[in-house]
Design a protein. Sequence first.
Length: 409
Amino acid sequence: MAHRLASWALPLRQLTNRSARRLAIRSKLPEVGTTIFTIMSRRASELQAINLGQGFPDYDIDPRLGELVHEAMLQGHNQYAPMPGMPQLRQAIAAKLTRHYAVQVDPELEITITLGATEAIFSAVQSLVGPGDEVVVFDPSYDSYDPAVRLAGALCVHVPLQPPLFRYDWERIKSALSARTRLLIINSPLNPACTCMSAQDMVELAQLLRDRDIYLIADEVYEHMVFDGRRHHSVLASPELRERSVAVYSFGKTLSATGVRVGYAVAAPAITAELRKVHQFNTFTIATALQVAIARYLSERPDTGSELAGFFAAKRDRMIAGLRDTDLILRPAEGSFFQLIDYTALSKTTDVEFAEQLLTRAGVASIPLSVFYQQPPSMTLLRLCFAKRDETIDQGMERLRKFAKGSIA
């Protein structure tokens, strides 16, 4: 058998090489390269800079979660989970949604466990739109929205939110709708602008979509991270919006464990049925032991997430205090675990150029806000992540203070 394999292996390689010379790959995403997050994180590591760019915690998870994952694997929860997700986890999610939003959700027909929120968004987009459709997104927007829309064959229509407040101009949004508009994607709290939709925004959104055949994806992964007395307004709490919506959530964010890659989508039964058709041929199912462990964790700690507003508000305030007597302007974030800094008093360079200066001269990695726009307006804003240990925040702010005060050559 070894001789027979060897006898055709060389001709096959030759044929493959000849074919490769004739065939040109037609990229579906020709302008998409490595994301800014990957680039900045890699360069931060190479330069030994403090990484306040990419949104991940640098502190440990609750040890109990790790124990529960270990126990679940030892108990044999290592084979395929049901395609929609483990029943006990979907039941725990339904109970959580009732506690937080006073809604009744059917765990069997309306909740699907996904490979993080990104897969939930991707599967929802693929299930709801196709060639000839238009999808409205609001810039600055999370970078996965546009590629998901284009891979579905639809056109992504970008409506910019203007700095520094990033408020929704509902008349402008109305003018962006057409007979081909099939879907809107919203994100609140908004990464990366760090703002939250208000109750009035939700009223305006419902009025905008009323009597229109338009679906809605609501990226609510930062649902628990709202500050200064604000309340997160979920589409699930609006009967009018809920019937047309897919609400997306992330245990990676709620449990400060971005690597677990467990999220979920909540939608009406008819929408869920279509989303699951894509999900089953995309990821099919999510790590069983993780699902079992998270379900048990939520059972033991039913108030999970309730502590995050205070926890992250303290970190936000620590970051702001660290730069208080500098020329860097920090408008307190309304939500998420990010904070914008305005460097207009220090430099007139572009945000990409200034981010490079901070990285190479101050030793702090950030993310320029313009990369989240299709057509960025003129602005001098960078995004920092405060989901970090206090010492990481303090070290980062000390380096930025020195840079802002001109003590770094």
